[in-house]
Write a protein that binds this ligand. Structure first.
Ligand code: PBG
Length: 335
């Protein structure tokens, strides 16, 4: 859209519409609402466990009973959805905990469904938390070190997604960045009768240093190497559009850009190009930076958090995934 210059100063005075709160509200273009929020939560086995995550003040690894408490507080504040990550008791080379019938996420989903039937439950589908080596796919050792195998990994991801749906998940969210995983998951869900279970794909997921604190939270730091052979290079925007196009062609219902704040250009292009429901993931490092600066009294936590989320909305995000979701919902209710 090109903006015609319809008037010049002194006829045009943009400040006319900024004179009062009511006028400013009337011409406000972008709105934040609790219904747009998704709260990521970490679950591990135990009872009455709230294990703090050092780099993410206010975020905990929760036992299932505490998970229900945390989720019900979010729901009461107006947050409609949670995104679940599991920390298994044991890890192996096949990520068997990711698709075990009684895996930690599967248990948590069943419990949440029973206790909070109105909560929308989204599960992260990935293998890194369940793999002894911490990578998102099957590792094949070779002369060069190790290779993350694409196609054999797809079966495991599909099994994980189906096991989440069987437990009662309302939506699955693959975050591994293997090629073809949306297609494999869609086909497996359909074969198992879950034709109505939507897929929110981490479609443009970048290999990002902003995930640092998450890896402490999910205990999923790779034991060797990094994730650059499967996650995207931060330098690439056109490639992000191709990734999103592929996921849509494979059956993604919602597409995600991750991280959020440093990738607003990607968000804007994805929304403009495809017009699909689009999610922005304000990742762990984004959360931690705000918390750290606020703890020092350097910035206003509430104002900076709301402004950042508004920027994601302005860029095109419909859905905001943030560790601050419950606080944000409360702040919005006070406004
Ligand atoms: C799993 C996964 C990660 C995040 C979400 N799902 C970590 C990673 O890819 O290393 C990051 C979330 C965050 O930093 O808040 N693959």
């Amino acid at each position: 859209m090109s903006l015609p210059t319809v008037a010049q100063f002194p006829v045009a005075r943009p400040r006319r519409l900024r004179q009062s709160a009511a006028l400013r509200r009337l011409v406000c273009e972008t709105h934040l609402h609790a219904s747009q929020l998704v709260l990521p939560l970490f679950v591990r086995s135990g009872r009455k466990l709230r294990q703090p995550i050092g780099a993410m003040p206010g975020v905990f690894q929760l036992s299932p009973d505490e998970l229900v408490r945390e989720a019900s507080q979010a729901l009461a504040a107006g947050v409609p959805a949670v995104l679940l990550f599991g920390i298994p008791e044991a890890k192996d080379a096949r990520a068997s905990g990711a698709y075990a019938k009684n895996g930690i996420v599967q248990q948590a989903v069943r419990l949440l469904k029973k206790e909070l039937p109105n909560l929308l439950i989204v599960t992260d589908v990935c293998l890194c938390e369940y793999m002894a080596h911490g990578h998102c796919g099957i590792v094949h050792p070779d002369q060069l070190g190790a290779k993350i195998l694409n196609d054999p990994t797809l079966k495991l991801l599909a099994r994980a997604a189906v096991s989440h749906a069987e437990a009662g998940a309302d939506m699955v969210a693959p975050s591994d960045m293997m090629d073809g995983r949306v297609r494999a998951i869609r086909a497996a869900l359909d074969r198992s009768g879950f034709t109505e279970t939507p897929i929110m794909s981490y479609a443009a997921k970048f290999a990002s240093a902003f995930y640092g604190p998450f890896r402490e939270a999910a205990e999923s730091t790779p034991k060797f190497g990094d994730r650059r052979s499967y996650q995207m290079d931060a330098a690439n925007a056109n490639e992000a559009l191709r990734e999103v196009a592929l996921d849509i062609a494979e059956g993604a219902d919602i597409v995600m850009v991750k991280p959020a704040l440093a990738y607003l250009d990607i968000l804007q292009r994805v929304k403009a190009e495809f017009g699909y429901p689009t999610a922005a993931y304000a990742v762990s490092g984004e959360y931690s930076m705000v918390k750290a600066a606020a703890a020092n009294g350097w910035i206003d936590e509430r104002a900076v958090t709301l402004e950042s989320l508004l920027a994601m909305r302005r860029a095109g995000a419909d859905i905001l995934i943030t560790y601050a979701a419950t606080s944000v919902a409360k702040w919005l209710a006070e406004k």
